[in-house]
Ligand binder design. Structure first.
Ligand code: WAQ
Ligand code: MG
Length: 629
């Protein structure tokens, strides 16, 4: 028995509406999967086509000793009409040794509207189940690798599990089943000797009647044991997930998801945070994403220009607002021109791939954002990665890179998960010295860094890099990305950057919101000052409580490294209970074993909330450290 099987739970979900059964499901899973599984089952209960239930019950009990069975072999009989299907069922039952097969098939008519199955004596046709209205339910069973099937009902796979368990029950000679799902006409006959025999038409489509009969050929004394086996024996069926035939892709992906979950790394889109929770993790550094002036600008642009732009910038997509925004970005950054992209991601991949190809060389910081890494890979250039922030290494690498058509060096300006800053003056100086093109991604620097939020060049009062990438979706509260530089660079990118050429132009509303954000930032540079003040305040609050945070002193990105993935998740959950939303950042976003809470401070935060968050973290971190010791 491996570790994962030591603490198994039987987890059952039932949902009903005004007393009527809506859906049910059961799974056998490792105890640590319970939170996720319960959430999945609840989602399944609440999204059933039969309607939204008014009652959902999810129950978890320790599993008993596990019986593992191989799924019965499966075969399919095509039937054109119910009459033909039922005749097939009859002859299969006879093949399984049930002499009164015709009577059994006819008895199916008595069995609909039961929650369980009838147990019928093979020779006397007597109904043997203790509760005739309810029937006997086979439960406490699951398929191995059921992970991917939680989402929706899979009649076939679930029936195969049940039939496999039932076929191995002492005294059971055969089983016959018709679904009570009105649209599901495929039923089956099963036994250990027959295997699982699907019959494609056992009733008319639209008929809500279904039922199950377990044909019993054992002794009277044996019956209670058989019922106990059906109801209680924990059973896991191997090979049922794989035979979900029609969904081989889901099967393969489900197995991978299961492995991701076991490593504590399964991710999910967060829902809305509970109302009142203080979000300490957003990239909306200046609070502009919720600013009514941006929303109003977006609404007006949608009315003036429409919701979508309908084509690439080079075809039908360009509106006046796009050019206005490009000019505004260039003015803000002090560059000759700027080129809009649909996302910071495509700005990076687009610019890097346009500038570098297979004859070129790129030096890249090891902690660069995924979009830079992908841009480098996609470009086909020779890429050399240097240790994070190690500009001596960069210098050496560039010094060795000879014989390439073009040499580039690329770095984040402010590193997204660490909050530290590139030494831009030195980076640019090394690049000039070595004849390399300097590319800096200011995604987290725009609006946060430099006295008025213009980025690293403003912060250091130094020359800008050759190519500056940025995003509209963080401090600027909208969506999209951009590249700044010389007029020639911009012109070139409009001709060669594939995501620019082949994406639909950003929607006018997003462009207008970004324009409004830049206008606000130019008029109210104090916003940036406020952000910096809040960041310093929060760092102090942590330090006063003995908590070490990474990142530059002024950076709104305040990572607190926890290390262990599960502990980081546990602390993040406890913080949310305390009213602070801070997700745990894990591999693959950061290295394994270096999980962290990435706090992000905003100009919109109240000092008081920041102090309370520091306090909550200190007490939760101390409590989880103590409980581990
Ligand atoms: N134990 C015993 N009987 C049950 C159980 C159970 N756990 N669950 C349902 N029944 C009885 C009950 O009387 C239902 O009315 C009847 O079985 C049918 O149940 O290879 O969907 O859940 O594609 O509607 C067959 C798949 C699908 C054939 C069967 O059953 C295929 C199905 P349903
Ligand atoms: Mg059903």
């Amino acid at each position: 028995m491996n570790d994962g099987e030591k603490r198994l739970l039987c987890v059952k979900m039932r949902a009903s509406l005004r007393g009527e059964h809506v859906s049910g499901a059961e799974r056998i899973a490792a105890a640590e999967r319970l939170p996720r599984l319960a959430a999945d089952l609840a989602r399944r209960a609440l999204t059933h086509p039969k309607g939204v239930p008014d009652f959902v019950n999810i129950k978890a009990e320790p599993a008993g000793d596990v019986l593992r069975l191989d799924a019965l072999p499966v075969a399919t009989h095509e039937a054109a009409t119910p009459a033909e299907g039922l005749a097939t069922a009859e002859s299969l039952l006879r093949e399984a040794g049930v002499e009164r097969a015709g009577d059994i098939v006819r008895m199916m008519a008595e069995c609909h509207s039961m929650r369980g199955a009838a147990i019928v004596d093979a020779t006397t046709l007597e109904r043997l189940e203790p509760d005739r209205k309810r029937g006997v339910r086979a439960t406490n069973m699951d398929m191995a690798g059921s992970f991917s099937s939680v989402a929706g009902k899979n009649h076939f796979a679930e029936a195969l599990v049940l039939a496999t368990k039932v076929a191995h029950a002492p005294g059971i000679a055969a089983e016959i089943c018709i679904s009570d799902d009105p649209q599901y006409t495929t039923g089956y006959v099963a036994s250990r000797s027959l295997g699982y025999r699907r019959i494609t038409c056992m009733k008319e489509a639209g008929d809500p009647r279904g039922g199950r009969i377990f044909v019993y050929a054992g002794s009277a004394e044996g019956l209670p044991g058989t019922i106990r086996y059906l109801e209680e024996q924990t059973t896991i069926v191997d090979g049922a997930a794989a035979s979900r035939g029609a969904r081989p892709l889901d099967n393969a992906l489900g197995a991978e998801l299961e492995a991701i979950e076991r490593a504590g790394l399964r991710r999910e889109c967060t829902g809305e945070y509970p109302p009142g929770a203080i979000v300490l993790a957003s990239n909306d550094y200046l609070g502009l994403a919720r600013d009514p002036r941006l929303a109003e600008a977006a609404a007006k642009a949608a009315r003036d220009y429409g919701s979508g732009s309908g084509g690439s910038r080079l075809a039908t997509g360009t509106r006046a607002i796009h050019r206005m925004l490009e000019e505004r970005i260039a003015a803000f950054k002090g560059s000759e021109d700027a080129v809009l992209f649909t996302a910071g991601w495509t700005a990076n991949t687009g610019a890097i791939c346009a500038l570098a190809g297979k004859d070129d060389f790129i030096a890249s910081d090891e902690l660069n954002h995924a979009s830079i890494i992908d841009g480098c890979r996609l470009s086909g250039a020779r890429v050399e990665v240097y240790p994070h922030g190690d500009l001596d290494a960069l210098d050496r690498i560039l010094g060795r890179a000879a014989g390439y058509r073009r040499i580039l060096a690329v770095s984040d300006g402010v590193f997204s998960m660490d909050g530290d800053m590139l030494d831009l003056p030195r980076f640019v100086a090394i690049c000039r010295e070595r004849g390399a093109v300097s590319i800096v991604d200011e995604a987290h620097a725009t609006g946060t860094t430099g006295a008025t939020g213009r980025g690293l060049a403003e912060h250091f009062s130094c020359p800008a890099p050759d190519v500056e990438v940025g995003t509209l979706s963080k401090a600027l509260g909208s969506a999209g990305g951009f590249v700044c530089g010389s007029r020639i660079l911009a012109d070139y990118l409009r001709n060669r950057a594939r995501p620019f050429i082949f994406s639909t132009a950003p929607c006018p509303a997003a462009a207008a919101a970004a324009c409004a954000a830049l206008e606000i930032l130019e008029r109210e540079p104090r916003l940036v000052e406020k952000l910096r003040g809040n960041a310093r305040f929060f760092r102090n609050a942590l330090a006063e409580r003995g908590l070490a945070a990474g990142g530059a002193p002024d950076s709104p990105i305040v990572p607190v490294e926890i290390g262990d993935e599960r502990r980081a998740v546990a602390i993040s959950n406890r913080l949310l209970e305390a009213g602070f939303a801070v997700p745990a950042i894990r591999y693959p976003t950061v290295a394994r074993g270096r999980a962290r809470l990435r706090f992000a401070v905003s100009a919109a935060h109240e000092r008081q909330s920041l102090a309370r968050a520091a306090e909550a973290l200190a007490s939760i971190a101390a409590a989880t450290a103590a409980s581990r010791a």
